[in-house]
Design a protein. Structure first.
Length: 420
């Protein structure tokens, strides 16, 4: 075990910022998720900032991360660059900007890249991303949304001008001395260390080697929530206290904006649950319908949560969705639902873009994280104009039971005042 560090997590979307930060919060660290122009979070042990860069091009994403590093990184904070475990967005450009910023400060910087998240079926083999044992390129996620030509991590890095050194699974499992030497060789060569991992134990070995005494101050950890849990588990920290959470009397609003099959399956399952009102919303209602029709539909949502029912709002995109509408739809959805916010007793947001838009329009400026309901599904409390329990989930995470489980968890909080 190592002494608990202070951390800055830089993420490219809101759900990613939360599912990494919860690894530290559930182990007793004071942890916040923030976005936009929020301050440095100096009072928090762990600050996880949503750069909201998933939809940007490489230059804009790199520029935003460079600016955030300058504003938020202070001596004594270790850095975890959170990337999507299926390589969406601009992880290579963002990492290059982060390393360049640290080199300006320290003269050198080194990155350990381990994006595996075994609890959600994402692993790394021979420097390539695998999903449930299949190459990333064969998945629905890749077909729908990708930035790079392949799921090869060295190729991704090379495109951003970053040399790499792949450390195979055999070396990861060969023992701490062999792994530390492989990392040292990569550092001496000025290369990003790309590490294979197929289990949580593999990530624990990587965390142990990288956190060894004498590790570089300018080290950047790069990965997803799997790596965050491995790093948090290596640190000595107080046990997380039980939380009593006050809520309003309203029901929970569940908003599904993600197109991922996992979220759509979970929405279908939740729609059949007793006490849940299902409100499908067509894109035209949000973008083109007259205000009278929008208000009628929104009033149904507000009436449901005001009566204490749980309401599922699902953006119905059809069989051939126009992905270019994503940002506009998310923003329109947040604006449409904002008048319902004061009536909520809880909130569940699926998909990082959807979650960020909702919180912006609900005038929420951050989250205080409390617990993890299941892998990649975080429970927190909103900060700002609205203070309610919130569950966030990346669109592609979870099972058909995930949203039901989240709603039941928030019902227990509403009835018992406890997160457990």
């Amino acid at each position: 075990m190592t002494v608990a560090r202070r951390w800055l997590i830089l993420a490219d979307d809101l759900t990613g910022a939360a599912d990494c930060a919860i690894a530290f919060a559930r182990r007793g660290r004071r942890t916040c998720v923030q976005c936009g122009e929020a301050g440095s979070g100096a009072e928090d042990d762990v600050v996880s900032h949503d750069a909201d860069s998933r939809q940007l091009g490489p230059e804009a994403a790199a520029s935003r991360h460079a600016a955030l590093l300058d504003r938020l990184h202070h001596p004594g904070r270790s850095i975890l660059k959170k990337i999507d475990s299926t390589l969406r967005g601009q992880p290579a450009a963002e990492l290059a900007a982060t390393l360049e910023g640290l080199r300006r400060r320290h003269g050198a910087a080194f990155a350990i890249l381990a994006p595996a998240f075994p609890a959600t079926g994402r692993t790394t083999r021979d420097g390539r991303i695998m999903v449930e044992g299949r190459p990333l390129e064969e998945t629905e996620l890749w077909r729908r949304d990708r930035t790079y030509a392949t799921g090869s991590l060295p190729a991704m890095l090379e495109g951003a001008g970053l040399p790499s050194a792949t450390i195979a699974l055999a070396t990861v499992r060969a023992g701490p001395e062999s792994l530390r030497e492989a990392l040292a060789q990569a550092a001496r060569a000025g290369a990003v260390a790309v590490l294979d991992a197929e289990s949580d134990d593999d990530l624990a070995r990587i965390a142990e080697a990288g956190l060894a005494p004498g590790a570089r101050a300018s080290l950047v950890w790069v990965g997803s929530a799997g790596l965050a849990h491995a790093l948090a588990a290596r640190e000595t920290a107080p046990a997380a206290p039980s939380e009593n959470i006050s809520t309003g009397s309203g029901g929970t609003l569940v908003v599904v904006g993600s197109l991922a099959a996992a979220s759509r399956a979970a929405a279908r399952r939740l729609a059949g649950e007793a006490g849940v009102r299902h409100v499908p919303v067509a894109p035209d209602l949000l973008l083109a319908a007259d205000e009278t029709e929008r208000a009628r539909c929104r009033n149904a949502v507000t009436a449901g949560v005001s009566a204490g029912d749980d309401v599922l709002v699902e953006v119905a995109m059809g069989e051939a969705p126009d992905l270019a509408l994503g940002p506009r739809l998310a923003d329109a959805l947040g604006a449409w639902l904002a008048p319902a916010a004061p009536h909520l007793g809880g909130l569940v947001a699926t998909g990082g873009e959807t979650a960020a838009a909702l919180l912006a329009h609900f005038r929420v400026d951050g989250l205080r994280l409390i617990d993890e309901i299941e892998a990649g599904v975080s429970l927190g409390l909103t900060r700002g104009a609205l203070r309610v329990p919130i569950v966030t989930k990346a669109g592609a995470f979870g099972t058909p039971e995930t949203l039901v489980r989240a709603v039941h968890h928030l019902r227990a909080i509403r009835n018992q005042g406890s997160s457990t």
